[in-house]
Each structure stands twice: as C-alpha cells, then as structure tokens.
Design a protein around this ligand. Structure first.
Ligand code: GDP
Ligand code: PGA
Ligand code: MN
Length: 614
C-alpha cells in the first residue's frame, strides 16, 4: 500500500486497478486528479462487496436495515428533502451546435459547460471514496455490447447500480480485452468533507448539474444522489446518450416497457408501452391479467432498445436488470407481481415510510393503513397525519430476476419481435381508453403529439398537461424533430407488413363524477385483449376521426361491473375536447420549426379534416 500523503491522486487511483486498459486507466486517473478522493475502489460487483458497502452505509446512517423475515437483505434510504426527483431544469444536452439539442432541451456551449463542471468537480470528492463501476447496458454477450464506466462518490449509487445493470469484474475484463468504447460517466454528490468534518446521511448539493455531451458520449452529474440523476446507466445513458448512438447507428432507444402476452389459444405477442414517468409503465409491465386464460410475462418496465432485425421486423431488448419503480400505488391488490418480487428482498427503498416492526410501507401498498409509521422525513405518522407517509416519488429498487412472471426471452440478447406499441399518458379528459391508429404514419403522429399531466417523478408543478413526444421529452439526447425523422427513417427499413401496430391509451380519464372512468391495473388486460384481437383481425371497433376505438361490446367485461356511463366516458371521442386538443397540437407542432418531418404535419392536417367532416 502506498502512503496516501505522498502519492498523487492518479497513482492512488491506479495502484489497485484490476485492468490494463490504458485509456480507461488514464481517464480514471484524470478524474481522480480533478475530484481528489481520499481513496479509489474498483467495483467487482460481488455479493461480498455489496454486503460490505451496505454495512458501511448502515453505520453511516444512510441505510436502515429492514427486518430480515419480511424484507431479507433489504434497506431503506431517506434522501435530503430537496433531492427527491429528477431535475429537468438542471439537465443539459451540450451538443456542439445548439440546434442539435433542439427546443425541448436545455443547452449550453460544451466548452463553457466543461469549464463550469471542472470548477464544480474540482476537489468535490475530498474526504470520500471514488468508486469505479464498470457496467454494460444490455447483455454482455450482445453483438455490440454497450459499455459504460461510472465514477461516483456515492456507495448508495454503487449498490443501486448493481441492481439496475450488469456491473463488475467480468464486464471490466471483456471491455478491457476488446479495448472497447465505453461511455465515461462521472457522478459526485458534490459534498466534499474537510478533515474531521462529520458526514450527513444523504450528502448532496443545492446546485445540481445533470449534463450530457452527445458528441463525446459522456455524462457528468453533480449535486444529486437521486436515482434518475445519479444512476447514470439508466435515463442518462440508456435513453439520452443511447438515443444519440441510436440515431448514428440506426436503432432506437425508447422509454418503454416490454410485455409478452399469450392468448388462451397459445399465441404470443410482444407489446411495448411508452408512458411518461409515473404514468403506469411498471404496473403494466407486471400486469396480472384479470381475464381467464390470458398469460402475461414481462421483459422490462422502463427502457427498450429497438433494432430492425435481419428479416425486416423490429426486435426489442431491455438493457436493464432491475426495477426503479414508483412505490406509492404499488400494492397487493393493484400489482401483486411487483409485491412478490419486492418482498423476496435484495431491494433498496428510498423515501418510503417505516413500520414499527422493521418493514416498509407506502400509500396503496395494503388496503389497511398502519396505525403508526415513521414517515419518509423521520417523523411520527398516523392515519390522521396530513402529509403522505411515503414521498409521492418514493421508489423500490429490485432485481428483475426476482419476478415470477419474467419471460425467458428476457435472457436472449437477440430480443423479441415487436407486435404492437402503446403510447399513453395521464389525461383526465379527451384521450380515450384505447385508440388504434389508422396506420403506422398516423401512429407516429399520435406518438409525436402524446401528452400527459406532469407527476412527482420530476421536480416542479404536478398536474400540468404538456406534450411529451414518445414519452421521451425529458430523455431526448438531440433535436426532437430530428428524432421524429429518425423514427420515420428506421421504420422505412422495416418490412411494412411487419411493422408493429400503434395504439394510444389512457388509463387515467375521469368520468362525469370526477372518478377514474376505467378501473385500470389488472383490468387493463381487457384492453390488451382487444389490441391482440385487433392484430388478429377479430375485434370490433368504431371508426372515429382519431382512429379505431372499441365499440362498448368489443371490450371483454366478463366478471367486472363497469357502469355503462363510465364506459361511455372512457371511450368517447368528444368533438369539443378535440377542438381544443387540436389547437394545442397545432401550437406544439409549430415549435419544431424546420426539423419537423413533413409527414407528421400532413397527417395532422388529415386529422383536422376528419374532424371537420365528422
Ligand atoms: P412508471 O413510472 O411509468 O413505471 O409508472 P408506475 O407503473 O410506477 O405507476 C405510476 C403511478 O400510476 C402509480 O401510483 C400507479 O399506482 C398508478 N397507475 C399505474 N397504472 C394505473 C392504472 O391502470 N390506473 C390508475 N388509476 N393508476 C395507475
Ligand atoms: P421513471 O424513471 O420515473 O420513469 O420510473 C425514474 C426516474 O428517472 O425518476
Ligand atoms: Mn417505472
């Protein structure tokens, strides 16, 4: 062991480096020189390492170990109350040209931003350990593995990354052998410790920078420990940077769940669903169908990479290995598959409430509300309390392999053939429960003009309707119009006969009394059944100006009691609502400028004409 006082940060970073990959060693050394950590640890991804880091975090007060009989090998973390969600106004796409970031992104000149980051990161890891996490998004034995290395001063990030992605020594070995390209991703909580200074359980900084350099394919994240800002393999890499890689390498990186659905006749279909954050991806991915004979299996709940296969079809994989799911609303009655996976253990909960017997609880987990809890801020909580026990964006982080209903094909690097895509959002009005687009191009229009009310998944106002193209608004690594054009181009390569069908869905429409018009959750299997029957040319639909909507009889409602008025409210295409909607879409499309594909504009004109004729 070299003496810390006399060795340089770079020497310290490399003294135990388990790789001879020169370029990687050089970069790690450089970042160590900049951030000046007390120690550098190369993460091997082993269970022993996980246990040791977890023990350290328990001792530091960051993690609370849960009762072994209820949540084995599981922990709860409580963040700083100001660090609970993604921070979209602090998220930047720093492309060389501003126009390449497009109107939906924050942009800054890369050189200027590097200057700012150099200042922010200078000495930012002082008093802490810098962990080196080699990871791969997707399969390590994929044809073209997508590597990354995250440098972080948060052990919570190391533990969470081990759940969410394939990490560790075998990844490092293969990456080093191939001298492969990796996405360099640097994360610091931005809270250096002076000698003798006591740490806090959740260090972070009131200034946050979540920055992507698309041309360099690099990520720099400063000041936040929250998942979406700090687990850099997830949204930062697998969506923002990957969307740019995908543009350049002819594939698609999308914010989608993947579901395998098998009909009573034994025919299987693969359906993806793109919904904005906290709008139902994880729940649909883990659906427990309520209709007889239908089987659902999952492949993924958040991110999907799509490639045109050799035989002219779209194939999809999930690049992740875990769930980072919204806890509130995930319960034994709404999502038993998620609950079974979670309670097997090996999970990290963030900002949930603690029960008196060492378990966790959140709103909606059980029908019965506990008499007493410790809320996410550490205060006593009873059912009479006026604030929620768990933060609305509290999360569970759980290995996907703990899912009983995991599809075998999850393990196949070649992925599965895609049959249908659902685009959805959270809309109280206007958008019917399900609409089949007229054709592929009309489907692209629907996706390009997708909208949703904002949620607690991002900092800022909740419940405001905003356009969210393909549910990718906060995750696009480049210009939104160019992104739509890329979709058009990629689909042009697929066999038109094999293109997936596109549906618009809305589980959140309100009825005339203000309640949900549709029961949702497991009952969404009835909508999926209609979708599959449409694929097979068997289900009835009513043609409306926006596409085909189920006739009330076409939805299988066996065994549930949905009032006729609710069904009507869920399915109606209301001319007045759509007059307003079309105005909002007009305004939205106007913001794209030159880069909007002409086809999208044309298909919108056609939609307006259909309303004028109706
Ligand atoms: P994700 O962030 O897109 O994965 O969304 P989740 O599946 O975690 O769901 C976010 C929130 O929406 C949770 O509070 C769920 O309970 C709620 N939710 C999900 N599906 C439905 C549904 O079908 N109906 C209703 N009413 N709420 C839902
Ligand atoms: P989600 O993603 O909200 O889409 O589940 C996690 C996050 O980035 O907060
Ligand atoms: Mn989710």
């Amino acid at each position: 062991m070299a003496d810390n006082a006399t060795t340089s940060f770079a020497d310290r970073a490399l003294q135990d480096a388990p790789t001879d990959y020169a370029q990687l060693r050089e970069w790690v050394a450089q970042v160590a020189e900049l951030t000046q950590p007390d120690a550098v640890q190369w993460v091997d991804g082993s269970e022993e390492e996980y246990a040791r880091l977890a023990d350290e975090l328990v001792a530091a007060g960051t993690l609370t170990r849960l009762a072994e009989d209820k949540f084995p090998n599981s922990f709860a973390a409580f963040s700083d109350p100001a660090d609970v969600a993604r921070v979209e106004d602090r998220t930047f796409i720093c492309s060389e040209k501003e126009e390449d970031a497009g109107f939906t992104n924050n942009w800054m000149d890369p050189e200027k931003m590097h200057g700012i980051l150099d200042d922010a990161f200078a000495g930012s890891m002082r008093g802490r350990t810098m962990y080196v996490i080699p990871f791969v998004m997707g399969h390590l034995d994929a044809e073209d593995p997508k590597y990354g290395v995250e440098l972080t001063d948060s052990a919570y990030v190391v533990l969470s990354m081990r759940i969410m992605a394939r990490i560790g020594q075998d990844v490092l070995d293969k990456m080093s052998r191939e001298q492969a390209f990796y996405v360099p991703a640097v994360h610091s909580v931005g809270a250096p410790l002076e000698p003798g200074q006591e740490d806090v359980p959740w260090p972070c900084n009131s200034t946050k920078w979540i920055v992507h350099f698309p041309e360099e394919r690099s990520i720099w994240s400063f000041g936040s420990g929250y998942g979406g800002n700090a687990l850099l393999g997830k949204k930062c890499y697998a969506l923002r940077i990957a969307s740019v890689m995908a543009r350049d390498e002819a594939w698609l990186a999308e914010h989608m769940l993947i579901l395998k659905l098998t009909s009573p006749e034994g025919r299987s279909y693969h359906i993806t669903g793109a919904f904005p954050s906290a709008c139902g991806k994880t729940n649909l991915a883990l659906i427990d169908p309520t209709i007889e004979g239908w089987k659902a299996e999952t492949l993924g709940d958040d991110i999907t990479w799509i490639r045109a296969g050799k035989d002219g079809e779209f194939r999809v994989i999930n690049p992740e290995t875990g769930y980072f799911g919204v806890a509130p609303g995930t319960g034994w009655s709404t999502n038993p598959n998620a609950m079974r996976a979670i309670t097997k253990g090996n999970s990290i909960f963030t900002n949930v409430a603690l029960t008196d017997d060492g378990g966790v609880w959140w709103e909606g987990m059980t029908d019965e509300v506990p008499e007493h809890l410790t809320d996410w801020r550490g205060n006593d909580w009873t059912p009479a309390s006026e604030t929620p026990a768990a933060h609305p964006n509290s999360r569970f982080c759980t290995p996907i392999e703990q899912t009983d209903m995991l599809a075998d094909e999850y393990h196949d690097p070649k992925g599965v053939k895609l049959d249908a895509i659902l685009f959805g959002g959270r809309r109280k009005t206007t958008i019917p429960l399900v609409t089949e687009s007229f054709d592929w191009e009309d489907g692209i229009l629907k996706a390009a003009t997708l909208s949703s009310e904002t949620t607690a998944a991002a900092a800022g106002a909740v419940g405001v309707v905003r356009r969210d193209p393909m549910a990718m608004l906060p995750f696009l690594g480049y210009d939104a119009g160019d992104y739509l054009a890329h979709w058009v181009e990629e689909s042009g390569k697929a066999d038109p006969e094999k293109l997936p069908r596109i549906y618009l869905v809305n589980w959140f429409r309100r009825n005339r009394d203000g309640g949900f018009a549709w029961p949702g959750f497991g009952e969404n299997s009835r909508v999926l059944k209609w979708v599959v029957e449409r694929l097979e040319g068997r289900a009835d639909a009513v043609e409306t100006p926006i596409g085909h909507v189920p006739s009330p009889e076409a939805l299988d409602l066996t065994g549930i009691d949905v009032p006729a008025e609710d069904l009507e409210d869920a399915l109606k295409v209301d001319a007045e609502e759509w007059a307003k909607e079309n105005e909002l879409i007009e305004e939205w499309l106007g913001r794209f400028g030159e880069s909007l594909p002409a086809m999208v504009r044309e298909r919108f004109e056609a939609q307006k004409e259909r309303f004028a004729r109706a």
